[in-house]
Design a binder for this molecule. Structure first.
Ligand code: GLU
Length: 469
């Protein structure tokens, strides 16, 4: 067996967990978890002006919601600045990096001259091969000696071999004149020290890979396996943006999409396993591989997300689903439910979870058991409680009273009543829904009768038969 897999998610804490970031995290998580490897989390907080603890917290919250647990401590890139500087100095001592004393003006002059001659403006410093004896007592940066003359090949598991001429690489700064490391150095040192074997990230980082490889090569560190995944597009084929709708993982949580459905959908966004659309976490972990990642951008499709979420809700185990539903209620600021309601909810789970695509839809169906008498029918339900319908409810009541409280007996009692009164069940269903739930979209009448129980159900029907006239 090959060496243990170590992947990482390395978000910059400048905002919420973007849906694209969530997918990157998921791909890394699936790849590691499916191979008995480790999935690490590094917060890339070196840009102090743009990083915030609130953003870090939001990213962690989003990952926790999605169930993307990471191994070990969260690593702060900023806190490792000394180590990054140490590597820059190591390269300096080995002659693979150099002190550059060029001023901003000199660099600008170099670029202008290069532009005038139609040459590359990528900076190659005159200090590159200078003698230490010639060094002034002045501020300097540490630059890497970019390789010349050949080609760098990024062997990417998604993009294939990507060739970059060495001439396209500059003598990149590693350490600024104030001694702070640049981002490119920090990423490589961290990935190396964390033992990262696979770098799976958005293809907006592909060109960084070439620059980062210069550092790996100079340090003679083994390269990680690269997989640069195409970004997510909107339904119109343009890069996903606010225009297309929600972008934050937390927004999806608050809209009530179940995490399992979201994971399933995000996994399919840019990755495929044959024709499989709906799958479990265990299947995703088993199937996920880099070869299944597509080369072209996937398009975000809310309908597909909803469809998968509906399937996950319908097939969830009841107790786990109830837990997740309650967590959703808490997330949207609802109060805790009393024990009696929790018991009703758990009795009703089987009938509630069919055909609900989101938790709000599920709660809408659960409304009949969450409300208390006297029930206030909504406008639509009120329409089903006209005098004729109330008459039906009153004359039906004794038939229900005499029935034993089982599905078969209740169905038989209502069918007999309908027959002897020349009514279709449909005529009775509306008023019964209005009476039992106060609304027109509910689980089936018999499901509600059974969940509510004889006393409560009959009391609601009697209330409705009398009131609202
Ligand atoms: N911090 C980078 C980002 O948020 C990711 C860097 C990487 O994965 O190497 O886009």
């Amino acid at each position: 067996m090959s060496a243990a897999v170590v992947t990482r998610f390395a978000p910059s804490p400048t905002g919420y967990l973007h849906i694209g970031g969530a997918r990157t995290a998921l791909f890394n998580w699936l790849y590691a978890r499916g191979r008995g490897g480790k999935f690490l989390l590094r917060i890339e907080d070196t840009d102090r002006a743009r990083s915030s603890p609130e953003a870090s917290a939001a990213i962690l919250q989003g990952m926790a919601w999605l169930g993307l647990d990471h191994d070990g401590d969260v690593i702060s890139q900023f806190e490792r600045a000394d180590r990054h500087a140490e590597v820059a100095n190591e390269l300096l001592a080995a002659g693979k990096a150099f002190k550059c004393f060029a001023t901003q003006d000199e660099i600008e002059a170099f670029r202008e001259a290069a532009r005038a001659e139609g040459k590359s403006t990528l900076y190659r410093s005159p200090w590159r091969d200078s003698d230490a004896a010639s060094h002034p007592d002045a501020p300097y940066v540490i630059r890497i000696k970019a390789p010349s003359g050949g080609t760098m090949v990024i062997k990417d598991e998604v993009q294939g071999d990507v060739r970059i001429a060495h001439e396209q690489l500059d003598d990149m700064i590693l350490l600024r004149s104030d001694g702070t490391p640049v981002y490119m150095l920090a990423v490589v040192v961290d990935d190396h020290d964390m033992g990262v074997t696979h770098v799976i990230r958005g293809d907006d980082h592909l060109s960084n890979a070439a620059r980062q490889m210069m550092i790996y090569e100079a340090m003679e560190w083994p390269l990680p396996v690269y997989a640069h995944i195409p970004l997510i597009h909107g339904p119109d084929g343009k890069k996903l943006s606010k225009r297309h709708g929600a972008l934050g993982a937390q927004e999806y949580q608050l809209m009530g999409y179940p995490a399992a459905g979201m994971r399933n959908y995000l996994a399919r966004l840019g990755w495929s396993h044959g024709d499989d659309e709906f799958f479990s976490d265990a299947q995703a972990r088993e199937w996920f591989d880099l070869a299944g990642i597509g080369k072209s951008p996937a398009r975000f499709d809310t309908k597909k997300l909803e469809h998968l979420c509906g399937q996950h809700i319908a097939t969830s185990e009841n107790a786990a689903l109830q837990q997740e539903l309650l967590a959703f209620r808490t997330a949207i600021g609802e109060n805790n439910l009393p024990d009696v309601k929790l018991a009703l909810l758990s009795d009703a789970m089987n009938c509630l979870k069919e055909r609900a695509k989101t938790f709000p839809e599920l709660l809408e169906k659960a409304e009949f058991l969450l409300v208390d008498r006297p029930i206030e029918p909504d406008e639509k339900a009120l329409k089903s409680l006209d005098p004729v319908s109330r008459g039906i409810l009153s004359t039906l009541t004794p038939h229900l009273q005499n029935a034993s409280w089982t599905r078969d007996a209740l169905e038989a009692a209502t069918a007999d009543y309908a027959d002897s009164n020349g009514l279709k069940f449909g005529k009775m269903a509306g008023p019964l829904r209005a009476a039992l739930a106060g609304r027109s979209v509910t689980p089936s009448v018999f499901d509600m009768l059974l969940v509510l129980g004889r006393d409560e159900a009959l009391a609601r029907i009697k209330d409705a038969a009398q009131e609202h006239g």
